[in-house]
Design a protein around this ligand. Sequence first.
Ligand code: CMC
Length: 391
Amino acid sequence: SDCFTFDPGFTSTASCESQLTYIDGDQGVLLHRGYSIEELSEKSSFMEVSYLLLNGELPSKQELDDFSYTISRHTMLHEQLSTFYRGFRRDAHPMAIMCGVVGALSAFYHDSTDISDPVQRKIASHRLIAKMPTIAAMAYKYSVGQPFIYPDNKLSYTGNFLRMTFGVPAEEYEVIPAVEQALDRIFILHADHEQNASTSTVRLAGSSGANPFACIAAGIACLWGPAHGGANEAALNMLREIGTPDRIPHYIARAKDKNDPFRLMGFGHRVYKNYDPRATVMQKTVREVLAALKVNDPIFEVAMQLEEMALNDPYFIEKKLFPNVDFYSGIILSAIGFPTTMFTVLFALARTVGWVAQWNEMISDPGQKIGRPRQLYTGPAARPYVSVDKR
Ligand code: CMC
């Protein structure tokens, strides 16, 4: 029974069977339930992709309307949660607030913590997807000292989020269609990505029978790290620090230096050894958004030149390091008006759909067991206790 393989970082261990997402890292292919990310991001909507991930098939018009309506019915938060926010410091990182508030949901929605009941699991899933925009927008509002804005269910999922984030009671907020479309696309690009660190965290937490709100809070905590979802914030901060194209070679040299811990943020991926297909869509979307908003961000030029220089450098070629989803997203989010600290929050908002779909898939799997990795013990062999006066 003590026969197992040693695989630190799980580079070659499949932890589950899944029907949700397929990645071919060598070819740079990403499919959700068989549909390519290129087609979904171009032709679909975040609500539709959410339905697809949760249910396995694209919805009919009626099914999509019903699903969107159901989600809209859950957008409000328990009013008492607003006092929970007020316990945080104003300068708290919004991801710290997200970990706390999402974890606290299980204290407010007891009824949907019974994971043995598929109906309750569905309600919990809808609640999580519906409430994330409200929770994320409130984290932002709290940080800038503006009043919380309640959801407006006449708006789309993404339009509603924009209004809750940037609207103020004193003025009518108008959703700019190009912004709404771009953000919806960014949500699609982040919806799921098979067994990445945060999704594996959600599955591992869920494998013990923990309630879904606690599991998603665990996923959010994992996503925050700069090697994972925190990379979008780190990538834009890096681009701003580079500032002008003439400084790029210095940063490339640093990234290649074995004695310097610096890495190009938004570059490299465990699975993609080719261009991340999400980065391709993202780069195209940057152009569209900057044009629509008439923003001229010199950082975009820095990003493109950095990419070109890295892709022609033997170090990056040999190690197969390409831009990933986090490389260009920050430029769009910044043009829309989000501070960098909100970038990973937006990633969490969108990835909640994938987490929830993966969690449901796991709970419904009859072969599901508690996740329990083994280890190679490298500590001392058994030895007798020595009393403190003899040490
Ligand atoms: N800049 C410079 N060198 C790099 C980079 C980079 N961004 N990424 C990997 N390398 C090197 C690394 O030093 C290592 O070299 P060597 O073999 O000589 O030791 C080699 O490439 C392989 O890297 P690794 O760290 O062993 O690969 P991994 O699969 O464990 O890590 C990664 C993948 C994404 C954590 C890593 O590429 C990285 O740290 N990238 C920067 C952070 C980032 O952009 N993360 C976002 C990931 S995509 C979406 C998401 O999850 O948010």
